[in-house]
Design a protein around this ligand. Structure first.
Ligand code: T46
Length: 131
């Protein structure tokens, strides 16, 4: 399983804080897309893997639970604002659960949106992992 917590650069002073992500510096890819998930209810999200996409998820507010599954093991992570980003490599199944109502996730992505990059069927994911 290739996941990793990434320290974001942080600059704090009397006015507040700056959190900094830079492509090819602390983010291990060129960022082609940024999207945010917010206003979630108790419904879980995700349930897919990506063939090529690499992502870094940054929790800006609230909390949620993230399950990452590489086809061999399944690990539970807890996301909350901690000045870090959570890197998920391609070919890892992800599920997001238990969003708090104030949860805001910012996601930095290595590619533009492409539905054909998604594997939304778990059995198909397992088959592709074994190939
Ligand atoms: C991921 C997790 C963390 C777009 O049109 N453009 C986009 O950039 C994205 C991200 C989504 N969409 C469309 C595709 C669906 O029709 O928005 C709709 C909802 O997307 P989805 O059901 O994939 O949302 P999540 O929260 O299950 O997954 C998203 C990302 O898609 C995915 O890459 O890793 O957040």
């Amino acid at each position: 399983m290739h996941t990793e917590w990434i320290d974001l650069y942080n600059k704090s002073d009397s006015r507040g804080s700056l959190l900094i992500a830079e492509a090819q510096k602390n983010i291990p890819f060129d960022i082609k897309r940024v999207y945010c998930l917010y206003g979630m209810n108790s419904e879980s999200r995700g349930f897919h893997a990506h063939k090529e996409l690499q992502q870094v998820m940054v929790c800006l507010s609230g909390k949620c639970r993230l399950i990452v599954d590489d086809g061999r093991s399944r690990v539970d992570f807890h996301l909350s604002p901690n000045r870090r980003g959570f890197f998920i490599d391609k070919m890892n199944w992800r599920e997001m659960h238990d969003f708090s109502s104030d949860c805001i996730l910012m996601v930095l992505a290595s590619h533009w949106y492409d539905e054909s990059d998604y594997i939304r069927d778990y059995k198909e994911f397992l088959k592709l992992i074994q190939e």
